[in-house]
Ligand binder design. Structure first.
Ligand code: BG6
Length: 481
């Protein structure tokens, strides 16, 4: 049991230690109703902002502008405070710590001949600090974090060239951290590339074909990384990381809703997970390609590499479940990244995420039945507003209740016979929300004194859930009271 963090959401130090600019460094803060923007300077030097899913004006370059606040620049300053934070994780009794490496710390632009020594040293020091407490790192290689230079120069993952650059990056870290890291995840929530069209209102239709292509390049890059990892160290265990489980339910028992659900799970989840676990696109891929008019740039070499780089385990994030229907539905959730029909049997978080522990047991069974590979839930938690009381306490019983029910659901899945090998909550410590850029959407067991406008001391406080989870870990999940 442990927790996780993503570099841009936690590290800060955006321009220290030789780090290059990441695409996420030009992302502004948003709210539940106001989206995050990308800032840029246009061809005439005029500043502007655009939604990340939209094309920038011709000749515009993404840039950091003085008039905007960028929540990732400082984040929670894990970069300078990792020793203090890891000591707190150790106090809770963590056995595993899921974290991510920022590509821009290793290759600041992504194209250098030699890696950045300071960046390599930073993560080595983090791994050594974890080792001191016998905490096993579980490392994600790309967590929504691409060098900005690659985005500008090549169009990021829209370009096949990224496969080769990613290969170089992974080759360096697999060699560098041999003996310090055993568990690796290639791309965080790789399937979001095809899910985004369902999660963002008014998603530009012309982007959908590109999303499928971009995802193809990422899956080939991932397969190559799996192969590379095993060449470098046969003990490495490499997983795919999927956003969510096949946890969409039919809204009604109309067979058409059952089919709509099947199609949704196939497209959002199994399309990627089958390819990464079984080494080839699933039988229904052609139907999906035809539906969106996708013609993939897929070479014979790609097909071979997908085959050779199947993952050792399935890992996924689980926060909520959804519904699918073929009927007109007026009762929509309208939540943050959750726009579908409201499930009348569930309660929803303040950000509109449907709380559904049973869906976790269901998804674990669905995945296991299909792949028979070890499973880890690598993200699970409740984003909620916490109050720091005058006495420094934070009474987050809602978080404890959420986690308790989800841990019970995992125990039931284990009784079902599912091979669950790990569970890391999201996140142990408060960090910047990825979808909204807010601080107030808090997930941690540890409260960080930082506000949405960037103010705050960055001091850390133990929440009630901190003491509760410590007990849960000590009893290996037996004591959930
Ligand atoms: C996952 C991501 O989608 O969900 C994390 O891997 C993210 O990076 C987490 O933080 C929770 O989402 P959010 O938008 O509430 O931060």
């Amino acid at each position: 049991m442990g927790r996780c963090y993503c570099p841009n959401q936690a590290e800060g130090a955006w321009n220290e230690g030789g780090k290059g600019l990441a695409a996420s460094d030009v992302q502004t803060a948003g709210t539940l109703t106001e989206p995050r923007y990308i800032t840029y300077v246009d061809a005439n030097g005029k500043p502007g902002k655009a939604l990340s899913v939209h094309q920038l004006p011709e000749g515009a370059k993404r840039a950091v502008l003085d008039s905007y606040y960028y929540p990732y620049h400082e984040a929670i300053d894990f970069y300078h405070r990792y020793k203090e934070d890891i000591a707190l994780f150790a106090e809770m009794g963590f056995k595993v710590f899921r974290m991510s490496i920022a590509w821009t710390r290793i290759f600041p632009k992504g194209i250098e001949e030699e890696p950045n020594q300071e960046g390599l040293d930073f993560y080595r020091n983090v791994f050594l600090e974890l080792k001191k407490y016998n905490i096993e790192p579980l490392v994600t290689i790309q967590h929504y974090d691409v060098p900005l230079y690659l985005e500008e120069k090549f169009g990021g993952w829209n370009n096949r060239k990224m496969i080769e650059l990613f290969d170089k990056y992974t080759d360096v870290i697999f060699r560098e951290y041999k003996g310090l890291v055993k568990y690796w995840l290639t791309f965080n929530e790789i399937n979001t590339a095809v899910m985004m069209k369902n999660l963002i209102p008014n998603y530009p239709h012309d982007k959908i074909k590109k999303d499928f292509q971009l995802l193809h390049y990422q899956m080939v890059a991932s397969a190559r990384a799996v192969k590379r990892a095993h060449e470098i160290d046969s003990n490495y265990v490499v997983g795919c990381m999927i956003g969510g489980g096949p946890s969409n339910y039919p809204l009604t028992c109309d067979p058409k809703d059952v089919l709509a659900t099947m199609e949704k799970n196939q497209e959002n989840v199994y399309y990627c997970c089958d390819t990464m676990c079984q080494g080839e696109y699933p039988y229904f891929a052609k139907r999906i390609w035809n539906q969106y008019g996708v013609e993939l740039d897929m070479s014979e070499q790609d097909i071979k590499e997908l085959k050779e780089g199947t993952v050792n385990m399935v890992t996924y994030s689980y926060y909520l479940s959804g519904c699918a229907t073929s009927h007109k539905c007026d009762d929509l959730v309208g939540g943050n990244l959750n726009l579908g029909p409201r499930n009348p049997y569930l309660k929803y978080s303040e950000w509109g995420w449907g709380i559904d522990p049973d869906g976790l047991r269901y998804s674990l069974n669905q995945y296991y039945e299909r792949y028979h590979k070890p499973l880890m839930i690598v993200e699970n938690g409740l984003g909620a507003i916490d109050i720091l009381e005058k006495d420094g306490k934070i009474h987050d019983s809602y978080r404890i209740n959420y986690l308790r029910e989800h841990i019970k659901a995992i125990a039931k899945a284990i009784e079902d016979g599912v091979d669950v090998i790990g569970y890391t909550t999201w996140g142990c410590i408060d960090l910047v929300s990825s979808s909204t850029g807010e601080m107030k959407k808090r997930y941690g067991f540890i409260y960080v004194d930082k506000n949405d406008d960037g103010s705050g001391t960055l001091d850390r406080y133990r929440k009630d859930s901190f003491y509760w989870y410590k007990k849960v870990i000590a009893s290996n999940g037996e004591d959930l009271d």
